[in-house]
Write a protein that binds this ligand. Structure first.
Ligand code: ADP
Ligand code: MG
Length: 231
């Protein structure tokens, strides 16, 4: 059993009288510990697929299972808990809260789940350590570079120690040198901390950090292969 199993997934959007059939019969199996890169042309449905995999959106038909659980069978409350605690999302534009400090941004998922922050002091320290920003914990996002802000977003995604991280163009807003440092961090998180990672990217170089590659073109999977075969 894969950690994520996608079966015959379709996703359509209704725009007035028009129906846009964005994802067409997608089936995919992702094993625990994989680092999957999803590539393909802009508008091809990559973000739509990522949001379905992470329970941020529901398929029009077909099923998405995480750890064997069909997401469509979850009650709203359980789905919210899963999204907040069992998986983490990192987006292109970081989505930090500007008036909260680094450590409070990292603690945000804990607050949303009603946890006592004082019970998670060590976890927050560990997350700050992973991103190498312990000494910057009291700063606010506007005092940080783009790369540092993305590191904080990564720490926030890790605070519940989720099994899976979903990344949507995580280095799309960064210069290439900073971007590669962030990709090195994701590699460490995949290898040392044993997280399954699924990233959407249009950078060939970023995709090569993955252990496997999925090409999504016009809403359909064109190829699935180990990244080492793509060189
Ligand atoms: P990609 O991430 O590969 O660039 P997206 O998944 O963002 O592509 O979008 C694929 C297509 O689906 C686009 O044509 C987009 O306009 C459409 N789409 C995505 N989300 C919605 C939505 N909520 N409502 C209507 N159309 C959408
Ligand atoms: Mg996208």
């Amino acid at each position: 059993m894969g950690i994520i199993e996608v079966k015959n997934v379709n996703r359509s959007f209704q725009n007035g009288k028009e129906t846009a059939h964005v994802l067409k019969n997608i089936s995919l199996n992702i094993e625990e510990g994989e680092f999957v890169s999803i590539m393909g042309p802009s508008g091809g449905g990559k973000s739509t697929l990522l949001y379905l995999l992470g329970g941020l959106d529901q398929p029009t038909s077909g099923s998405v299972k995480i750890d064997g659980v069909d997401l469509s069978t979850l009650k709203d409350k359980e789905l919210c808990r899963m999204r907040n605690e069992d998986i983490g999302f990192v987006f292109q534009f970081y989505n930090l809260v500007p008036n909260l400090s680094v450590e409070d941004n990292i603690a945000l998922p804990l607050m949303l789940s009603g946890k006592k922050i004082s019970d998670y002091k060590d976890k927050i320290d560990e997350c700050l350590d992973i991103i190498g920003m312990k000494e910057k914990r009291k700063l606010t996002p506007r005092e940080l570079s783009g790369g540092q802000q993305q590191r904080v977003a990564i720490a926030r995604a890790l605070v519940f120690d989720p099994k899976i991280l979903f990344l949507d163009e995580p280095i799309g807003n960064l210069d290439s040198k900073t971007g590669f440092k962030i990709m090195e961090l994701f590699r460490k998180i995949n290898e040392k901390y044993n997280k399954t990672i699924i990233q959407v990217t249009h950078s060939e170089e970023a995709a090569e950090y993955g252990t496997s590659l999925v090409k999504l073109v016009d809403g359909q999977i064109k190829t699935v292969k180990p990244v080492s075969m793509t060189a």
